[in-house]
Design a protein. Structure first.
Length: 584
């Protein structure tokens, strides 16, 4: 067996929400504010005239001119420099706003700190500097600043720092946890500290201790939403899911307008009742249509449930918000393809940019063009993507491999070979391209050409297990050079002893060598590791030849359940002159 294809993983809804047991990273923010999307930064008004030196005025004027011309890098550099030199809080604040606008993380921290230093009594400036450190995952520094800063709600900042604890190393988080525990000794009744410490305990794998703190926090402040979220999440983590749901459900009945509680309820429902979860996410999305996280969650759950209309509406909402656009275009393309709306499908697939779905979208574009009898359009798209790959550093090899696979699937093997050969002319040592061409040559029964490409790979990389196994298997299938084939497969098996494809190859070559008992051991192991119709064809044949005909038929039936139209099994039955029985 030359290769084993990995099945695509299915949707795991829990991964939508990160750690579903944690409150949001801005725990003290009003619930309505959490549900609303963050607006795009608005360029602030210029700094008003102040008694600056001529050099400072010139630098700030140059910054404003640069900003008006879109050169925000120059504007930011000038403002940061002048904020440091002048110590002026308004200059520092404007530097911070520009840094936010261009999303320069280092500059955000620098400018926020300059602003805080310039206005030590400005609570907004102090909180901004701490949150900038939090966003940069500089949590120990943020904690030190929060301890000493005077802000409107230091408790909220302490919870926010703790909520980001899963973004740092275990060692850093343990240090942070110890600092929270020490602070709690001085202020044991601080509910925000209880919640923050509970979060860190949870992240450190100490859920029982975290649950104790969460319950204490709720006893002290029964209406504390963040303590409720932590409490219910920990109950779920500890396998007490029904208690968690009941707890949140009762609170939601008492406070039906609290969207943070409803969000936690919806999250917990995803583990047990997707219908109910979707209803809750629909309520949340209707209340906050501009929240991309809610729209995406609704889209994914609706897709999982097969409610394609709701999913379609949610994905179009994401496109309107310019969020998760690649995922949205990919879903909408698949939906259009299911409805045989080929132009619409192509339109959406072609808007999927390099991302998780890019190569799948590329494959579907080729496939649709080829299915519609438009090979020239497929070729044009392929050339366009190769140019794109050269310009942006994308994987041109992957683009070529996908193109050749789709050409092969469409029966255009000569065109697939031509594409691979042309790509190899520019990159003659590319193992992936050589391997793909060898497989095509094997499909065309061009043994010498397939062998030449595989030997080239092995020459460059003697430990290329895939090429060793493929060459051994092809020699087993297409020649009588079994001893030579055995040597290649043996080397491949030493390199990847648990690979089902290589184990199958070893069983098959042992069969060709006449070692039936050894062959059965390998083939049974391969079938147990990876039930597959090709392995079933091999195992069934060896059982049949060994006189175990009932077992052989059972294995073939199992293989046909995996792949009802298996050419491997059907060819085996025909070659052995086995009369098919019902189910075969």
């Amino acid at each position: 067996m030359k290769a084993v294809q990995n099945a695509a993983s299915v949707l795991v809804l829990a991964s939508l929400f990160g750690c579903a047991t944690q409150p949001d990273s801005t725990p003290a923010a009003p619930i309505a504010a959490q549900a609303e999307p963050q607006p795009a930064p608005v360029e602030p008004e210029p700094v008003p005239a102040r008694p600056f030196s001529s050099d400072t005025l010139y630098a700030l004027l140059s910054a404003e001119v640069a900003g008006s011309r879109g050169r925000f890098d120059v504007a930011l550099a000038n403002y940061l420099q002048q904020a440091e030199q002048t110590g002026d809080p308004q200059v520092a604040e404007r530097a911070y706003m520009i840094a936010r606008y261009v999303d320069d993380q280092d500059a955000i921290v620098q400018a926020a700190q300059l602003w805080a230093d310039a206005e030590p009594d400005n609570q907004d400036a102090q909180a901004t500097a701490i949150l900038a450190l939090v966003d940069a995952n500089r949590l120990l520094e943020a904690f030190a600043a929060a301890e000493s800063a005077d802000t409107r709600d230091n408790g909220a900042l302490l919870q926010s720092i703790a909520a980001h604890g899963d973004q740092v190393t275990d060692t850093q988080r343990e240090t942070l946890l110890n600092q929270y525990l020490e602070l709690r000794q001085r202020d044991p009744d601080n509910v925000a500290l209880m919640v923050g410490t509970g979060l860190l305990l949870q992240q450190q794998g100490r859920p029982d201790e975290a649950l104790t703190l969460a319950e204490q926090a709720r006893e002290q402040e029964p209406d504390n939403t963040h303590a409720l979220v932590l409490n219910s999440g920990l109950l779920h983590e500890l396998g007490r899911g029904e208690e968690a749901l009941a707890l949140v459900s009762e609170e939601l009945k008492r406070r039906p307008d609290n969207n943070r509680i409803r969000l936690q309820y919806a999250r917990l429902l995803t583990f047990s009742d997707l219908d109910a979860a979707q209803r809750q996410f629909q309520i949340l999305a209707d209340a906050s249509p501009g929240d991309p996280k809610l729209q995406r969650a609704l889209a994914l759950i609706a897709t999982e449930r097969g409610d394609l209309e709701t999913a379609e509406n949610a994905y179009y909402a994401l496109l309107d918000l310019n969020q998760s656009t690649d995922e949205a275009h990919f879903f909408l393309a698949e939906l259009a393809e299911q409805n045989q709306q080929w132009d619409e499908a192509l339109r959406h697939y072609q808007q999927v940019e390099p991302s998780e779905n890019f190569y799948s979208a590329t494959a579907r574009i080729y496939a649709i063009y080829l299915q519609q009898g438009q090979p020239a359009s497929a070729a044009n798209h392929y050339r366009k993507l190769l140019t794109f790959a050269d310009e942006f550093g994308e994987n041109g090899t992957a683009i070529t491999l996908i193109y050749s696979q789709q050409l092969t699937a469409a029966g255009l093997v000569d065109e697939a070979l031509a594409a691979l050969t042309q790509a190899l002319a520019d990159d003659p040592e590319n193992h992936d391209l050589l391997y793909a061409r060898a497989m095509l040559y094997d499909q065309l029964d061009e043994l010498a050409l397939a062998e030449a490409d595989l030997r080239t790979i092995i020459e460059y990389d003697p430990n290329h297990a895939g090429a060793l196994n493929a060459l051994g298997y092809i020699l087993t299938e297409k020649s009588d050079r079994y001893a030579e084939a055995y040597d290649y497969i043996k080397r491949a098996l030493e390199l990847q002893p648990d690979d089902p494809a290589t184990i199958d190859s070893m069983g098959w070559v042992q069969y060709r060598l006449g070692n039936l008992e050894i062959a059965l051991r390998y083939l049974n192991r391969a079938m147990n590791l990876y039930p597959d119709h090709e392995i079933a064809a091999h195992l069934g044949e060896v059982l049949w030849v060994s006189g175990e005909q009932d077992q052989a038929r059972q294995i073939w039936r199992e293989g046909l359940e995996i792949q009802p139209q298996s050419s491997y099994i059907n060819e085996t039955l025909e070659r052995l002159q086995v009369e098919p029985q019902p189910g075969e």
